[in-house]
Design a protein around this ligand. Structure first.
Ligand code: GMT
Length: 372
């Protein structure tokens, strides 16, 4: 098949998932065309069967806000026509679903039908999408898609609650390449981070308010009082400074490293003992799944789709949003002795296999085939 994929090229979960999907499809022989404004971060190196089309948004003195959506729709039309694409799969509704609708209508006039599949990822519905600035366009363009998928049951239910959606929303869970994340720790790296064999706790996100990174610091503060530990922060974003300030005021700054945005998550996860994700909401929590695939148990909230992937008492533990004390207590239950930690690690790795790339990608292919 000839497939167009539209996504955000950044470190966010929707862009990561879309890129990994495109790479997997290309490996299976499909021709994949990425359309976005920058090379996606996980699209590194040359991959046969993959083409990348950059959306150019020229500036003009009249434009206080260069019209990205118009440029995107025009690029879609161009790429679809010139590469004779069979379908367009857009990830994250805003503004990808509405730009796809526009491209579809333009091509319709020229006698070409291009099926559009929209995958909803989370904040495009629950946070940004529901805002009245965007809501009517989001609802309309989702309804105009030929197929809609959501990354968890929770996100599907939320979408029906928030918008008047007339169509079926198919749940296709996010996936992980289990083989890639099953890495041995690099000893030299582990020594730098935890020179005295301390436990390594990890958080990775875009540090937006919704991720509650201050709760990460608070949980770590409680844990390190009892079990010698270090905390690694991967990523960056608006709450980074507040997290640093809190760490300083609690006197745990020397035990915490901010390593910034990283591409080689598998190497970092390989040295971790526990992943912390105390988010206010996650439609799925792809970062937590990647942690489990690396054999790292997860302490998370029970918000949104997290309760569909983190099994309480098996792959980690869950608590209510903001319940830092329970999350700290549960983290300590996992970390205190090696036997318990190893059992959680093993169960996390086994559970992640359910979401292996080999099981999930065929579900997208089946969906695509319906439109051929
Ligand atoms: O919140 C993020 O980390 C970024 C955001 C995105 O749109 O890239 O992630 C959303 O999509 C991911 C992939 O489907 C999910 O794993 C995240 O849970 C979801 N984030 C939220 O729902 C807040």
């Amino acid at each position: 098949m000839r497939i167009g994929i539209v996504c955000y090229p950044t470190f966010g979960g929707s862009g990561v998932l879309a890129t990994e999907l495109g790479k997997a499809l290309a490996q299976k022989g499909h021709l994949v065309h990425f359309i976005t404004y920058q090379q996606p971060v996980r699209l590194n190196g040359f991959i046969p069967n993959i083409s990348y089309h950059e959306v150019q948004v020229p500036t003009y003195p009249l434009f206080d806000y260069p019209p990205y959506e118009t440029a995107l729709a025009s690029t879609m039309v161009d790429v679809i026509k010139n590469n004779n694409l069979d379908l367009l799969h857009v990830h994250y509704a805003i503004p990808h679903a509405s730009a796809a609708y526009m491209a579809k209508k333009i091509l319709e006039q020229e006698g070409k039908n291009i099926p559009v599949i929209t995958t909803l990822h989370g904040t495009d519905i629950t946070l940004v999408g529901r805002d009245k600035t965007y809501a009517p366009v989001v609802a309309f363009s989702i309804n105009q898609s030929d197929a809609i998928t959501a990354v968890s049951n929770d996100l599907r239910d939320e979408t029906y609650k928030i918008f008047d959606i007339e169509k079926d929303i198919k749940v296709i869970y996010n996936f992980v390449d289990v083989q890639r994340f099953n890495r041995k720790p690099i000893d030299a790296f582990k020594k730098v981070i935890a020179p005295n064999g301390e436990r390594v706790l990890l958080h990775a996100s875009n540090f937006r308010k919704l991720k509650r990174v201050l709760d990460v610091v608070k949980i770590f503060y409680e844990v390190q009082k009892e079990v010698p530990s270090k905390l690694l922060f991967v990523g960056d974003g608006p709450e980074r400074q507040a997290a640093e300030e809190l760490a300083r005021s609690l006197g745990v700054c020397d035990e915490i490293r901010f390593v910034g945005k990283q591409e080689q998550m598998e190497d970092i996860l390989a040295i971790a003992d526990l992943f912390l994700l105390p988010s206010e909401y996650e439609s799925f929590g792809l970062a937590a799944l990647e942690a489990m695939a690396s054999g790292v148990p997860v302490i998370s909230t029970n918000a949104g789709g997290l309760k569909e992937i983190n099994i309480d008492g098996e792959t980690g533990y869950m608590a209510n949003v903001g319940d830092v004390l329970t999350m700290s207590r549960k983290a300590l239950d996992i970390l205190r002795d090696n036997g318990t930690l190893d059992a959680f690690k093993k169960r996390a790795a086994v559970h992640a296999k359910k979401y292996d790339i080999a099981n999930i990608v065929p579900l997208y292919e089946e969906l695509y085939e319906r439109f051929l």
